[in-house]
Design a protein around this ligand. Structure first.
Ligand code: 4AD
Ligand code: MG
Length: 470
């Protein structure tokens, strides 16, 4: 069973008919059995469309053995080994099919128990069986596109000289200063609760409070100010009680960080990055993308094609507020200068006002993180969010404050523990440089690209408030 010689269905579908005997390992999607012939559809996850196989039951000179016992045991969902020859297919939508001469059931899937019997199940139902949903067309396509996108992320940065660095998952500092942290402890919480005693973190594993990281940015900055351009691509965790279709408690984030780079340079990098990712997936996953276009979000293929070659509009936060204030519609959340943009505002700007992706910059400092570089106006910071249609924010980033004293002032103004950031301040004490970076939420990207409605349906096993199954 060498994996190197085993042919996969994606490859076989492109192969010409021949007399060569081939062997396939796959799962059965459907079966149609009649007196003289049995048709069944195989899928091995290598592509959206499977391969049709036929067993000719009529006695013939090829001497096909009687496979009726196996045919009877073959149900939707079972795993099999089949052997046969590729023949020209008379059917529509495929050029070849497998004339099967041998069939072995590897693992049965009893029809009265296997939950994936219907042609289409609701995404809500499939979320309850996340361990099996990868066997459906939609989730197979989502995971292949997700894979293509993660490959494209690395290609994009590797081609431009960025070093892939791995930043820690356990951290003592709150990178965003937003307080949405999961605490990590080995202390006996039940015992502490029973004793009613005070919590002494000296007895905790790290000798002080520790958390799961919300962002690798601060650590990435340390390496960007050494190696000039780096990126991270790892899991991040946020204990926000946001029960929405665009928030997860555990999500993957891509964070480039670049020295000698101001906000304009950061905007340029972000737009290049998004365009490159879209081009890559359209070029490399056309079949899956056509599926999303037909079944999930009509017109998405052409829409992404257009975005992949367009320039991204740019507006300041102040201009965005004006556009919202004069919008020919009302919002649930009232608009005024200083508010944090809500999803409805972001969607108006990108879906209706610009009708394409838009980069919004220079937000009020009060609604942004402590590390962002302040503008001379004293009110705004060099922040940047990239908003895309149907979704809103997909990227958040900024130019960083590289001035030591200005950063200390900001940390103190915001009531953050200066001590915890002393190493971060060192980066401004020694060889400081203008530098910038951003974070792209990987699941937001997959949602945008596939047109799926809920972020929980673009990650293999979603973790969200109140739910961490599987
Ligand atoms: O805008 P955010 O909070 O920015 C940062 O964390 C910066 N430290 C990034 C940087 O400059 N290096 O998050 C970045 C992106 C958001 O634009 C969004 O796409 C995604 O991360 N994101 C989430 N995705 C899923 N679930 C959540 N709860 C998310 N929170 C943020
Ligand atoms: Mg943000």
């Amino acid at each position: 069973m060498s994996y190197t010689t085993r042919k996969r269905i994606a490859q076989l579908r492109e192969t010409d008919p021949s007399d060569e005997l081939i062997e396939i390992f796959a799962w059965v999607r459907t079966k149609r059995d009649s007196k003289n012939v049995c048709f069944f559809e195989l899928n091995d996850g290598s592509s959206l469309k499977g391969l049709q196989a036929i067993i000719d039951k009529a006695p013939n000179e090829s001497g096909t053995p009687d496979l009726q016992d196996e045919i009877d045991r073959m149900q939707t969902g079972c795993s099999i080994r089949v052997a046969g020859r590729l023949v020209e297919s008379p059917g529509k939508g495929q050029s070849v099919e497998l004339a099967c001469t041998d069939l072995e059931i590897i693992g049965e899937a009893p029809a009265d128990e296997y939950p994936l019997q219907k042609k289409r199940h609701s995404f809500e139902f499939l979320r309850e069986i996340a361990h099996l949903r990868g066997r459906t067309n939609t989730f197979g396509a989502v995971m292949r596109v997700r894979n293509e996108l993660s490959y494209a992320v690395h290609r994009f940065f590797q081609d431009r000289g960025f070093l892939y660095i791995q930043t820690p998952i356990i951290t003592a500092s709150d990178a965003e200063g937003a307080g949405a942290l999961f605490q990590v402890t080995t202390m006996d919480l039940d015992g502490l609760a029973r004793s009613g005693g005070p919590v002494d973190y000296q007895h905790d594993f790290f000798g002080k409070p520790a958390f799961l990281t919300v962002s690798g940015q601060l650590n990435a900055e340390a390496y960007a100010t050494a190696l000039e351009r780096v990126y991270t691509f790892g899991p991040t965790f946020r204990a926000e009680h946001s029960n929405t279709t665009r928030h997860l408690a555990e999500f993957w984030m891509i964070e480039p960080e670049m020295a000698f780079c101001d906000l304009e340079c950061n905007v340029e990098l972000a737009a290049d990055f998004v365009r490159a990712l879209l081009s890559a997936v359209l070029e490399r996953s056309p079949e899956d993308m056509r599926f999303f276009d037909e079944r999930i979000e009509k017109g998405i293929f052409a829409d992404l094609e257009r975005v992949a070659t367009s320039t991204f509009e740019h507006m300041t936060y102040t201009d965005a507020i004006s556009a919202l204030e004069t919008a020919p519609r009302s919002f649930d959340y009232p608009v005024s200068w200083g508010i944090d943009l809500q999803t409805e505002h972001e969607k108006y700007l990108t879906d209706e006002y610009i009708k394409g992706p838009v980069v919004v910059t220079d937000y009020p400092k009060e609604i942004k993180a402590f590390y962002m570089k302040q503008n001379p106006d004293g009110k705004t910071v060099r922040a940047m969010d990239v908003l895309v249609p149907r979704l809103g924010e997909i990227i958040g980033g900024s130019q960083r404050e590289e001035d030591h004293d200005a950063l200390v002032t900001r940390i103190e103004e915001m009531g953050l523990p200066r001590e915890a950031y002393s190493w971060y301040l060192d980066l401004r004490r020694f060889g400081t440089v203008p530098h910038s970076g951003f974070g792209l939420g990987f699941e937001r990207l997959v949602r945008y690209v596939t047109g799926m409605q809920n972020i929980r349906d673009v990650i293999p096993f979603p973790r969200a408030v109140g739910s961490a199954e599987f």
